[in-house]
Write a protein that binds this ligand. Structure first.
Ligand SMILES: [Mn+2]
Length: 320
């Protein structure tokens, strides 16, 4: 018996995400893309390094998210649409390819990604983006709002608030930039999953003063997943669509050790999938990104496989 070949290659040994056809036609329903960007690096508690620097290896701060898109693509053959179109067991066995046109637009810079998001939004398409670090949603949401101005709820799954004011173009200030530029209203920003001690007092004060919805992981432990999802759904009632940004460090590193900023005892993958499903149950999804996966620290591709599964859930959200 011969091995089943990979049908759609992006470049070299790298298949397209879900083996979707490679294309630059941004009028399709779902545009898959990679943004292999890693910018300012945190070196330690006091030091930031500019983009392109190579700080010494440290457990406090790790790099390598620029390798993530292609590593996730390699694992995503498990979810190949070439497998009879992709019959989604979680969506009443719906055939994905019969309902949605999906392409892989390849890897792009921040500027290129912003342009793609703008074009996709103009034809009511949606981007599913593999980062890169957590600056990546900045151009994606900015471009999306330029292409189609609407009230967008942003649901962030992250162990960190990322509500720093500066420096600009840092994966710790992206939400403030989007708010300050007027693309997102602070009350439409929902941050799910902060844990540990790596938050700053001024971020917490900003969230409180501007009515950003912050749901620490422990609130879900105490109140339960369903009641908290109902609170999020109520907050999302006035928005036109929901953009989901997933920092892989919200997941327990036991499931995915390949994180830039690992912190013990996080969410299980299925808790994240359940929340993604619930928050898009009443409002349409208009974009998704997954960031801060560093394949340098992956083991047996299990982190890459999980990242691909999260991207698939964003396809499901569009399908439902
Ligand atoms: Mn984070």
């Amino acid at each position: 018996m011969s091995e089943r070949g990979v049908a759609r290659m992006l470049h070299g040994e790298i298949p397209t995400l879900f083996e979707a056809p490679p294309s630059q036609d941004y009028t399709k329903d779902i545009i898959l893309l990679g943004v292999p960007y890693e910018g300012i690096l945190v070196a330690d508690r006091h030091t930031l390094y500019p983009p392109g620097s190579h700080p010494p290896e440290s457990f406090y701060a790790r790099s390598g998210a620029d390798r993530a898109p292609d590593a996730i693509r390699q694992a995503s053959v498990i979810y190949s649409l070439e497998h009879e179109g992709g019959i989604a067991a979680e969506v009443n066995f719906t055939n994905i390819s019969e309902r949605l046109e999906i392409i892989d637009a390849g890897n792009h810079t921040l500027e290129g990604a912003e342009d793609i998001a703008e074009q996709a939004a103009q034809s009511d398409g949606m981007t599913i983006t593999l980062g890169g670090d957590h600056l990546v949603p900045l151009p994606l949401i900015r471009g999306k709002q330029k292409g189609k101005r609407e009230r967008t709820g942003v649901v962030v799954f992250d162990s960190h608030l990322d509500l720093h004011l500066s420096p600009p173009l840092w994966a710790g200030s992206q939400w403030r930039t989007l708010i300050d530029e007027g693309y997102v209203q602070p009350e439409d920003l929902i941050i799910v999953g902060p844990r540990g001690v790596r938050q700053s007092q001024h971020e917490i004060e900003y969230a409180r003063e501007h009515n950003v919805m912050v749901i620490p992981l422990q609130q879900i432990d105490d109140q339960g997943l369903s009641p908290v999802c109902e609170q999020i759904a109520r907050r999302l009632q006035p928005v036109d669509s929901v953009y989901i940004s997933l920092d892989i460090d919200v997941v327990d590193p036991g499931f995915c050790p390949a994180q830039k900023y690992p912190d013990a005892a996080g969410f299980s993958p299925r808790e994240i999938l359940t929340m993604m499903r619930r928050v898009t149950a009443t409002r349409p999804i208009s974009g998704f990104d997954l960031c801060c996966f560093s394949p340098r620290y992956d083991e047996g591709q299990r982190g890459a496989l999980l990242a691909a599964r999260f991207a698939l859930e964003a396809v499901y959200a569009r399908l439902r």
